[in-house]
Design a protein around this ligand. Structure first.
Ligand code: ADP
Ligand code: GLC
Length: 495
């Protein structure tokens, strides 16, 4: 039997061990799906509190020296819990009591302030990945491909480029170009980087060390999470200053749309729902609407359309555009269901609206996996008026759950939602409502169009069924990553 292609998937969050957004979802399903395709994919992540216990992990190898002035770190190995059935995905977790064993989130403390030593915390993640890519990891397993994600593992390709005996090729996936990991150049010695690479054709970006820039510069290949976003980031509007580099890197840049975890996000089997339903029988959706109304203290009226948001409450997501329309839209018979956390000002505004409109605006501030599922099951419209959206997962969850998404035509939203027109309805493609520009007027017009269609339940049902029958599973996208790995390591097949 041919030897399997080995891939180390390096990430700062993996569901269900740590998740702040879509990267957590992607990091658990993509490696597991690759394993189903015969790839020996393994995950590398920091051992945040509980990670070792939840992985049931054991120490592997001797402690590994990483950055010049740090104690060596101990790696542990276990199996990702609740992954794709049949895919026992190994996870290497980097234990360091001083760097990762603290309560709070992966990137910030409980009050939302970034950890002051993030530069070191994620340089260590990057360095361990590079060591494994050189065959100098904790055990004798070494990867053909080191697949890095976002700025947190952006230094890996740089460390690989500087190493003597490299075995692996590197891929860097951009999930969000707005987060760049830019730090003071004073850190160069602590990071073990020579000053010769503090250069525009190296790790330097406008006078700082940029982990993302470093990754983009040194990676053998760059991918991002939709075709449209791959195009957009080559323009000043979406490039966050890195568009020049990305235009230059065009021939090693690929857009591959994310899939969704089609088992966890399936209304027919979702354990968080009041009742299961499917495209064959949608009747259970009404029970979920009732439960959602009860959970968010909304009036128990099954006739009213529920407009929903589940999101990080940030400027990227166009939350301000929605907030500016809530009063006006409440002149119509409808309800709001909002689950989110993020910017404190947006959180306060949503809380205030819930107080002004009891029974009509239901708000839960915080992070609740279970409620996120119930919102999808109980809502009618799901709003994503994002200023930019590399991929977006909730529009796909929405379509799968018979909820019509209202999205701005950008990034992965543009690539996954088909606007409802007489033509697209006829073609069987129509799944939601799409508008062009991120401003309040266009969002308003789009929502009014959606609310009008809600009165035509037969057409509404048609669009629901189109969305529910679309295949958003990972199989096709994981196969594209495999193709990409093979172009970088020709000769390696899968098991
Ligand atoms: P991003 O990664 O930019 O936040 P995505 O659409 O890719 O956006 O993914 C967001 C993920 O996080 C989805 O799985 C969504 O359901 C989840 N999510 C966001 N906010 C919350 C929340 N407050 N509670 C539960 N899940 C949330
Ligand atoms: C990022 C993006 C989001 C994408 C997710 C997973 O957080 O903002 O659009 O879906 O990563 O790739």
């Amino acid at each position: 039997m041919a030897e399997a292609l080995r891939v180390l998937y390096v990430t700062s969050e993996v569901f269900p061990l740590a998740k702040t957004g879509g990267l957590g979802d992607v990091s658990s399903v993509l490696p597991s799906t690759l394993r189903q395709l015969g790839v020996d994919a393994r995950i590398l992540m920091p051992a945040y509190p509980d990670v070792i216990a939840r992985l049931d992990a054991r120490p592997v190898g001797a402690p590994v020296p990483t950055l010049p002035s740090l104690e060596p770190v101990q790696l542990f190995q276990g199996i990702l819990p609740d992954a794709v059935p049949g895919a026992l995905t190994p996870v290497y977790a980097i234990a360091s009591p001083t760097l990762y064993a603290r309560s709070g989130g992966p990137y910030a403390d409980d009050s939302g302030h970034d950890w002051p030593d993030n530069a070191i915390r994620f340089a260590v993640l990057s360095k361990v990945a590079a060591l494994m890519g050189c065959g100098a990891g904790p055990d004798d397993w070494w990867p053909h491909i080191v697949h890095c994600n976002d700025w947190q593992s952006g230094l890996t390709p740089a460390y690989l480029a500087l190493a003597d005996s490299v075995r692996a090729r590197s891929v860097l996936s951009i999930h969000n170009l707005a987060f760049q990991g830019n730090f003071s150049p004073d850190l160069m010695p602590a990071l073990g980087l020579p000053w010769s690479c503090f250069h525009p054709r190296g790790v330097e970006f406008y006078g700082q060390i940029s982990y993302l820039k470093a990754g983009l510069h040194y990676a053998d290949h760059i991918s991002t999470v939709s075709r449209s976003y791959a195009r957009e980031i080559q323009t000043p509007e979406f490039g966050f200053g890195m568009q020049g580099l990305l235009v230059e890197a065009n021939d090693r840049l690929t857009g591959i749309m994310n899939g969704i975890d089609a088992l966890r996000w399936n209304p027919a089997t979702d354990p968080y729902l009041a009742a299961p339903y499917s495209s064959e029988d949608l009747s259970g959706k009404l029970d979920n609407k009732r439960l959602l109304q009860a959970r968010l203290a909304l009036e128990p009226d099954p006739e009213l359309p529920i407009l929903a948001l589940v999101t990080r409450l940030t400027y990227q997501k166009g939350v301000d555009l929605v907030l500016g329309l809530v009063d006006e839209l409440l002149e119509q018979p409808l309800q709001w269901a909002v689950l989110g956390s993020g910017d404190k000002a947006y959180e306060a505004q949503w809380r205030a609206l819930a107080e002004i409109y009891p029974g009509r605006v239901g708000v839960s501030i915080g992070y609740h996996e279970e409620l996120a599922h119930l919102v999808e099951a109980g809502a009618d419209l799901f709003l994503m008026p994002s200023r930019f959206e590399p991929c977006g997962l909730n529009q796909m969850y929405s379509m799968r759950y018979g909820v019509l998404p209202v999205v701005r035509r950008t990034g992965g939203l543009a690539d996954s939602v088909v606007d409802i027109t007489p033509r697209s309805l006829l073609d069987g493609a129509a799944t939601g409502f799409v508008f062009e520009n991120a401003n309040r007027e266009e969002l308003r017009a789009c929502l009014l169009r959606a609310l009008l269609l809600y009165r035509d339940q037969a057409t509404w049902r048609q669009a629901q069924l189109h969305g529910m029958r679309r295949d958003f599973s990972w199989a096709a996208s994981a196969a594209r990553y495999l193709e990409l790995y093979r172009t970088l390591q020709p000769g390696w097949s899968s098991m």
